[in-house]
Each structure stands twice: as C-alpha cells, then as structure tokens.
Design a protein around this ligand. Structure first.
Ligand SMILES: *[C@@H]1O[C@H](CO)[C@@H](O)[C@H](O)[C@H]1NC(C)=O
Ligand SMILES: *[C@@H]1O[C@H](CO)[C@@H](O)[C@H](O)[C@H]1NC(C)=O
Ligand SMILES: *[C@@H]1O[C@H](CO)[C@@H](O)[C@H](O)[C@H]1NC(C)=O
Ligand SMILES: *[C@@H]1O[C@H](CO)[C@@H](O)[C@H](O)[C@H]1NC(C)=O
Ligand SMILES: *[C@@H]1O[C@H](CO)[C@@H](O)[C@H](O)[C@H]1NC(C)=O
Ligand SMILES: *[C@@H]1O[C@H](CO)[C@@H](O)[C@H](O)[C@H]1NC(C)=O
Length: 336
C-alpha cells in the first residue's frame, strides 16, 4: 500500500507547488539601496538598522524607511530614540532624489554637521533634525529647497547666524531653530514669509540686536523669540491688524520700549509673555479687550501705574505682574 500513498503525496506536492505565488520580486531601487547602505555605514552600522541588508528588499523589509508604492523610490527616512546610533548624517542623503520626509530625533550620539548635499533633495517637504549633538551652521543652501514646508532643527548644537535665505522658501509654514547656539541678529527678510499662518520659534539661542521692524509686515500664528539677547522696540508686532495672531513669547530678552500706547489685534491673541525685559510705561487699556487672552506675563519689567480693570487681567495671579517699577492694583496690592 506504499506506492499509491507516495504518488498521492507527490501529486499533492506538485499541485501545491503550481499554486504557489512566484518567488517575491525585490522592488527596491538598486541606486537607493546602495545609498542607504552608505548612510547606514556613516551612522556606525547601528543595531537598529540590522534589517538594512543588501540581500533584502528595502521597500518591504527595511526599518525606518518607506518607498512610494508606485515608483518604489525612497520617500521617507525616519529614525528616533536611539542611544546606539552614532556617527554623522551621511552626505549620501542628497542622493535619495525622491526623499520627501527626513526625521532624525533624539539621537544623542549623532554628531557632525547638516550635509550641504540636502540641497539636492528637490522634493523634500520635512527637514526635521532635533535633540541630537550635531554642530556647525544651519546651511544657507537649504533656502534652495523650494518644496520645504517644515524645518525643525530644535535642540542641537548649531552655531553661526540664521540664513536670510530661509524666507525665500515659498511653501514654508513652520520654522523652529530653538535651543541651539545661534548668534547674530534676526534677518530682516523674516518679515516676508509667504505663508499667512507662520510658526516661528527661535528661542533659547544667543541672538542679539534689534528685532527687525519688517517682522511687523509678516503674518504669524506664533512668534517665540524668548531667551535671547534681543534689544529695542517690538511694538510693531502688535497693532490693530498686525502680525501675531495667537501666541507671542518675547520673555527673557533685553527689550526696552514704552508699552502705554500699544494696540492689539483683538481677534485671536491668546498668549503674551514679556517677562524679564526692560519694558516701561503703563499697561495699555486694550489688554482688557482681548476675549481670548489666556496668558499675560509682564513680570520683571519696569512698568508703572494701575493694572487696567477688565477682560481677563484680574484672573491672572500676581506672579504675572510682580517685580515691576510701580505696577499696582488687583491682583497686586492697591495703588497708593
Ligand atoms: C508616488 O509617485 C507617483 C509618481 O511620481 C505620484 O503620482 C504619487 O502621488 C506618489 N504616491 C504617493 C503616495 O506619494
Ligand atoms: C543597543 O545595542 C544593543 C546591542 O549592541 C542592543 O541590545 C540594544 O537593544 C540597542 N538599543 C537600541 C535602542 O537599539
Ligand atoms: C549630547 O551629548 C551629551 C553627552 O556627550 C549628552 O549628555 C546630551 O544629552 C546630548 N545632547 C542631546 C540633545 O542629545
Ligand atoms: C553640545 O552642547 C552641550 C551643552 O552645551 C555639550 O555638553 C555637548 O558636549 C555639545 N556637543 C558637541 C558635540 O559639541
Ligand atoms: C490695517 O488694515 C487696513 C485695511 O485692511 C489697511 O488700510 C492698513 O494699512 C492696515 N494697517 C496696518 C498698520 O497694517
Ligand atoms: C511669569 O513669569 C514669572 C517670571 O519668570 C514666573 O515666575 C511665573 O511663573 C510666570 N507665570 C506664568 C503663569 O507662567
């Protein structure tokens, strides 16, 4: 009874084999694969990239990258939270011509600079390198990547000045260069971002000089320039139909101007933080006419006179008003 069993087995094996799908074809672009292997090497061949092997399909089996499903070209590289990844960002990243999204975040051993070759990435929309130990400048040449919508270079060790060329990026709506060691002044060109809902954060650097008055011509949802060494007048950022729509944080600078007659765009303003500056004069009455105001902090300035009564001004605690020259009235002690 053995023979029929074996032939039945052979037959079913044959049937099985013919109904199997053909062996999986690798769709990964061979140029992109070679570039990624170079990038892996320049990251010090970290454990997290163990799946990046020349024998496997970079579109299907590799960690931290994605391909376009039609063209099979690499569009995304995204590496985060890894203490083992060292080395530097390879200049080879510029040779991933269809890259749209680049993210390197919380990689404490990543050093080196932002390679100039990123300027070749003509479809790049997101340039996001944050919480690393990269050094060197913000390359001015990234002002040539017209597709950029989002730049986040927060919390690195970048030095040098801010390239004025960034304001010529037509699609840029978000720029965060906070918590670096940037010096020099804010480029006057930063009043001309085309996006009408711009997010600008340059806090925790060593920026100096006056805030350029051209910033009064831009339209921002957020301006955070706190913890720098900026001087002079900023009243042009306020005004009836001006400039900052939601949040403005200019705290911990050396700003000096008369606050008394400043007017506000009442529609949206939510947060106004001016603590630790040298602002003088009185608090303007217009502050009582901001229906959406959630925070006003004017502590540690040189303001004087009665806190205007109304709006939300009495709902903030005294710590938002303390340490001025002679500010008085609720929530501070009554004026004499
Ligand atoms: C993939 O690439 C094709 C051709 O360039 C493009 O039309 C399509 O939008 C891309 N798909 C995605 C999801 O980006
Ligand atoms: C770091 O590398 C070690 C082995 O070298 C591994 O066990 C560990 O999981 C790695 N950590 C991460 C976050 O990849
Ligand atoms: C930079 O490296 C130092 C140690 O060399 C580390 O303590 C620090 O957390 C790193 N910075 C970031 C932002 O990861
Ligand atoms: C980055 O700055 C931190 C804090 O100032 C410092 O400890 C670290 O050594 C710097 N890293 C590099 C690579 O310069
Ligand atoms: C405010 O808006 C009005 C009308 O929209 C315009 O004529 C005026 O120039 C604007 N003022 C400022 C200071 O932008
Ligand atoms: C206002 O600023 C002061 C001084 O930095 C700080 O102590 C206080 O907590 C701040 N208030 C709020 C609500 O952030």
């Amino acid at each position: 009874m053995e023979t029929p069993t074996i032939s039945l087995l052979c037959f079913s094996l044959l049937l099985f084999a013919t109904t199997l799908p053909p062996p999986a074809v690798s769709v990964c672009n061979s140029h992109d694969k070679a570039v990624l292997l170079k990038i892996k090497e320049d990251f010090g061949n970290p454990y997290v990239l163990a799946s990046w092997k020349s024998s496997t399909d970079c579109c299907k089996e590799w960690y931290a990258v994605k391909c376009n499903t039609t063209t099979h070209r690499i569009t995304v590289i995204s590496l985060q939270y890894d203490d083992n990844l060292s080395g530097h960002i390879s200049a080879a990243v510029g040779d991933l011509p269809y890259l749209e999204f680049m993210l390197f975040h919380k990689l404490p051993k990543l050093t080196g600079t932002i390679p100039q070759t990123v300027a070749k990435l003509k479809y790049l929309q997101y340039l996001w390198i944050s919480w690393t130990n990269i050094t060197g400048p913000v390359p001015a040449i990234i002002g040539k990547i017209k597709s950029l919508q989002y730049i986040n270079l927060q919390f690195n060790n970048l030095t040098g000045s801010i390239p004025p060329s960034l304001s010529s990026l037509p699609n840029l709506g978000y720029l965060d260069l906070s918590r670096n060691k940037l010096t020099g002044s804010i480029p006057p060109s930063f009043g001309s971002f085309q996006n009408q809902n711009f997010y600008l954060k340059l806090s925790h650097n060593q920026l100096s000089g006056q805030i350029p008055s051209s910033l009064g011509d831009g339209v921002f949802n957020t301006v955070d320039l706190s913890r720098n060494m900026l001087t002079g007048d900023v009243s042009f950022l306020f005004g009836k139909n001006k400039s900052v729509l939601f949040d403005i944080d200019l705290s911990r600078n050396m700003l000096s101007f008369d606050f008394s007659n400043v007017e506000f765009n009442p529609t949206n303003l939510q947060d106004i933080d001016l603590n630790h500056n040298r602002i003088y004069g009185k608090l303007p009455e217009g502050l009582t006419e901001l229906p959406n105001l959630l925070l006003l902090n004017v502590s540690y300035n040189r303001l004087c006179g009665q806190i205007p009564v109304g709006g939300s001004l009495q709902s903030f605690d005294q710590y938002n008003y303390l340490h001025n020259k002679c500010l008085c009235g609720n929530p501070l002690p009554a004026c004499k």
